[in-house]
Design a protein around this ligand. Structure first.
Ligand SMILES: [Fe+2]
Ligand SMILES: [Fe+2]
Length: 336
């Protein structure tokens, strides 16, 4: 594990010099790696952000996972299965990235199921129809791409590298969602109505995924100075809106915002204000599915205890066997 700032000074290192080196690395747009000295605040911020990101990937398996058994065809079932499995993979990369900062994966899981750490507010909304699967791919994975592409240039190496692969998969997820919706829009009136209804329910919560408005986002400036974050919440939200409007037109759905219009002067779309009190409510645990999501994660963790015990016992047995083989070879070598 890399030394923290406090340990560094205890070891008599020149903390001012290390700090200068850190700042210079950031200024040159180079990467901070696990072995490098870093300020405690930088480490804490990253652990919090990466853990929250990992939790979101894992909790995010639930709303869509609910549809795996009910997908309307074998093809859709296989696609959805692969997509949900990708999200599990993203969670695992990210927990590993957090471990390079000295975090303990078991502690992070405890923090999630005990409600001490958060995950993206978006996964607290229900998925009553199959069109929700398409709209999640289109909006939620689309918003994830807007958020995560700049993270490929994040100053912390392991996080940035994990994002490169994650983003490739997210882009596939988005296209599968959009393709699903295109198919439904070519179907019956009932299917088209189902798509529009899902769009109406997911649009505003998707805009909230970028976090509160910039004026109300106290930690953003520091994260930007450390080059963890590259764009503000409002910039990313704007990027998402600009990207999604033409896609909605092509699909033939209406985004549920009467204030949405192209602003020639700004070269961007103007749009209405999300209900920030709803975001506050959902983040603080009072969304439509918060209790269910966390309790299901807790149950999965408890039901998986025997797997963890078996894996630990197996690893111990393997280690003992390797040790035994090494000892026998040594004895035989000495006898020969
Ligand atoms: Fe993901
Ligand atoms: Fe995804």
């Amino acid at each position: 594990m890399t030394s923290t700032g406090t340990e560094a000074s205890a070891a008599g290192w020149d903390e001012a010099r290390l700090s200068e080196q850190f700042d210079a690395t950031i200024a040159k747009d180079q990467r901070i790696e696990p072995r490098d000295w870093m300020p405690d605040g930088y480490r804490r911020t990253l652990i919090r952000q990466i853990a929250q990101h990992a939790h979101s990937e894992i909790i995010g398996m639930q709303p869509e996972g609910d549809w795996i058994t009910r997908a309307p065809s074998l093809r859709r079932k296989a696609i959805l299965f692969a997509k949900v499995q990708d999200e599990a993979g993203h969670g695992l990369y990210l927990y590993s990235a957090a471990e390079t900062l000295g975090a303990d994966r078991a502690e992070l899981t405890d923090a999630l199921i005990e409600g001490r750490q958060k995950y993206s507010s978006i996964f607290n909304y229900p998925t009553p129809t199959f069109a929700d699967v398409g709209v999640i791919g289109w909006f939620v994975d689309g918003a994830a791409i807007c958020n995560q592409v700049p993270l490929c240039r994040c100053s912390y190496g392991p996080y940035a590298r994990a994002m490169v692969r994650v983003c490739k998969e997210e882009s596939f997820h988005q296209r599968q969602g959009y393709e699903l919706l295109l198919t439904m829009m070519r179907g019956t009136d009932g299917q088209r109505a189902m798509v529009q209804d899902a769009v109406d329910r997911w649009w505003w919560p998707s805009l909230m995924m970028f976090g509160p408005p910039d004026d109300d986002s106290p930690n953003s400036a520091r994260s930007m100075a450390w080059k963890i974050k590259r764009h503000s919440n409002d910039e990313l939200r704007q990027r998402f809106v600009d990207m999604t409007v033409p896609q909605a037109e092509k699909l033939g759905v209406t985004l549920p915002d009467p204030e949405l219009s192209w602003n020639e002067e700004r070269g961007h779309h103007d749009f209405g204000t999300p209900d920030w009190s709803e975001l506050q409510r959902v983040i603080s645990g009072d969304g439509p599915r918060n209790v269910e999501r966390v309790s299901r994660r807790r149950a999965a963790h408890e039901e998986g205890a025997w797997v963890r015990e078996a894996a630990t016992a197996h690893a111990a047995k393997q280690a003992a066997r390797t040790q035994e083989t090494a000892r026998t070879q040594k004895t035989e070598g000495a006898a020969a």
